[in-house]
Design a protein around this ligand. Structure first.
Ligand code: AMP
Length: 622
């Protein structure tokens, strides 16, 4: 695996949502979400105090909440950085099972088993758990983080988040707005020079947020934003829950809401059913021995829920999100059809009806290639890697001619093997012109794709991708025979004009890119490995690598269940299985991102994983 400088620095990307939190890191140039020791990638944002007075967080807290709702803090994102007397805190007070009180300074405190705890402290507990997960997985301490917050967060809220994260010992490199992080994860702006409008539709467990971003140069800016902080997946769950409870009451004259444990079991079954309905047309909700009527046999809850019923029950919720989105667009004076890209964020956007509604409004298929619950953390990790990368001392120690503006970051091409071929070196004065003749690397190659990068790293994937240029229609010839001239012209304002000319036919392709070559700073863009997000034209070699990866993923997925059985519950064995799963997830992302160098790395990792699993299970599968 190629260890980029960004990898060695280990900056984690943190996303704390209303219901779930997620932590990610960039490894081998690819962003990946870090699973905990049980393989879970989402941490419930809940903190509970146990009977023994121990503070528990995440899944454990969620389990305790069934019986000890009054000792379990939830809704932390709605509370952080707010005043106790604010309307928002009053609203939360009505929604949650634990008590809130006013500490000094009008600061809300949670009262958990009689102990007053600040919201910031509880938030720190969640972040500390994410940090621990990351350190355990990476097997090394982590010191730096990029953290995401909603667009609507005020300075006070952002500051409270910053302080809560810093209390864990992490340095906050940057606070990024959530939709901007999503845009970064999707590689928006990489190599693009034309302005773009990007809509981010985010529907998570507890909140809805719609954002219109505009891309200018390589910078993503918020143009419009609207949302409902109390509308989310939990409302969908509640609709199903009410339908079930009402049906049960009609049949048995019993109100399940009176029994806390029964109610929590139904809640869990409801959420599971809702999620399953994103891929199935119908599910059966079964909660056996739900309650005893006192006089007869125990009762079971069994009900079939078709997808159409869920859609009927939640139609108005989806409509409301669309109204909010339309309102925000109208305020910005933008028609839905004028939006270039629509990104889906948040677990609820897995629901097919939500996706269809978004498509109806915008008249285009939304982008859904990244896991929507993880995409923000992935973007934060990419931003972190980029920040560490650009903050390194520039490799250019070449003296700068005093009378001229000098290039700070090299400009060049990625060549076979993944290295950067520099046409314009750091220290060059501007304007400047450089030419070089390239050729093909394979026999009968009729097209060449040039990846144009900015940065001082030798490795292509560690530089920022500015864009690409494709020269096609070349004569079939032995490799190395065709002559293609690449010409770079850098202007004083940082604009780079690139042309590729087939010297035999004089066929020419031209493109223009905005660069940061002169100021040495790359804004917004993921520098390390985050650059190659443009889809590559699948040339033969790339296609072969991708197919190899897909075959290996298939084999690993077939081997995994057998491996799990074979290793039993041994820690070492389960760790190997967990790493194999993580390798598969990273490989899927690598395929989406289509970065040649990273794909080769990924293939090697998968090969090793497959060999390991074959060893554990006693042979390959077919
Ligand atoms: P998030 O806040 O992004 O983690 O999203 C959490 C919400 O997404 C919860 O309400 C989940 O029930 C919901 N969710 C997760 N997966 C799915 C799915 N496959 N289909 C529908 N909703 C889902």
């Amino acid at each position: 695996m190629i260890a980029s400088p960004a990898d060695r620095e280990r900056v984690i990307g943190i996303d704390i949502g209303t219901t779930n939190a997620c932590v990610a890191v960039v490894e081998g140039g690819v962003p990946m979400v870090i699973p905990n020791s049980q393989g879970q990638t989402l941490l419930p944002v809940m903190v509970s105090v146990s009977e023994q007075g121990r503070r528990v967080v995440g899944h454990l807290a969620r389990r305790q909440a069934v019986i000890f709702a009054e000792n379990t803090a939830t809704g932390l994102k709605r509370l952080i950085g707010r005043k106790y007397s604010s309307h928002a805190v009053r609203q939360v007070t009505d929604m949650v099972g634990f008590r809130l009180t006013s500490g000094g300074n009008d600061e809300p405190h949670a009262v958990l088993r009689g102990e007053n705890v600040t919201i910031g402290e509880l938030y720190t507990t969640v972040v500390a758990e994410l940090k621990r997960t990351a350190e355990q997985y990476l097997n090394q301490p982590v010191h730096k983080a990029v953290v995401t917050v909603p667009v609507c967060f005020t300075d006070a809220q952002r500051q409270a988040v910053r302080e809560a994260v810093q209390r864990t010992g992490l340095e906050v490199l940057r606070i990024v707005q959530e939709p901007v992080a999503a845009g970064i994860a999707y590689g928006i702006g990489q190599g693009e020079s034309k302005p773009q409008r990007i809509a981010v539709y985010s529907l998570g467990g507890g909140a809805f947020e719609f954002t219109l971003l505009s891309l200018r140069g390589s910078s993503l800016e918020v143009q419009a934003q609207a949302g409902d902080p109390t509308l989310g997946g939990e409302d969908f769950d509640r609709r199903i829950l009410d339908w079930l409870i009402f049906g049960f009451a009609k049949d048995h004259k019993l109100d399940l809401r009176q029994d806390r444990t029964a109610l929590q079991r139904v809640r869990d079954a409801v959420e599971k059913a809702k999620c399953e309905l994103s891929s199935l047309e119908e599910v059966s909700i079964e909660v056996p021995f739900i309650i005893s009527s006192g006089t007869s046999e125990p009762l079971h809850l069994v009900r079939t829920l078709p997808r159409s019923k869920l859609e009927e029950l939640s139609e108005d919720l989806i409509d409301r999100t669309m109204q909010i989105a339309r309102g925000a667009l109208a305020e910005a004076g933008v028609e839905p059809q004028e939006v270039d890209t629509v990104l889906l964020v948040g677990g609820m956007t897995r629901m097919p009806r939500v996706q269809a509604a978004v498509q109806d409004v915008f008249g285009r298929t939304p982008s859904f290639t990244m896991p929507p619950e993880e995409v923000i953390a992935l973007g934060a990790a990419l931003q972190g890697a980029a920040l560490v990368h650009v903050s390194e001392p520039p490799a250019a120690s070449v003296p700068v001619p005093p009378e001229k503006i000098a290039v700070q970051r090299a400009l060049g091409l990625v060549v076979a093997g993944g290295n950067t071929f520099r046409l314009i070196e750091p220290g060059s004065g501007v304007p400047c012109d450089r030419r070089h003749i390239f050729s093909t690397t394979r026999d009968s190659q009729t097209g060449v794709r040039f990846l144009i990068v900015e940065g001082n790293s030798e490795r292509g994937e560690e530089n920022k991708l500015l864009g690409e240029l494709l020269l096609e229609g070349m004569r079939q010839a032995p490799r190395g025979e065709p002559d293609i001239e690449i010409h770079f012209h850098l202007e004083e304002n940082g604009t780079l004009l690139v042309s590729a000319t087939n010297l035999e036919t004089k066929e020419q392709r031209k493109a223009q890119f905005a660069t940061h070559a002169l100021d040495g700073v790359s804004s917004q863009s993921p520098g390390a490995g985050g650059g190659y997000t443009l889809e590559m034209k699948p040339d033969e070699e790339l296609a072969r690598t991708q197919q190899g990866i897909e075959r290996l993923i298939g084999e690993i997925q077939r081997l995994l269940p057998r491996a799990e059985l074979a290793v039993g519950a041994s820690d070492m064995g389960m760790d190997a299985v967990r790493r194999a799963r993580a390798a598969v997830e990273r490989a899927k992302i690598a395929i989406i991102r289509g970065e040649p160098v990273v794909l080769l790395d990924t293939q090697n990792i998968l090969r090793r994983t497959a060999v390991m699993l074959r060893g554990v299970t006693g042979g390959p599968t077919r």
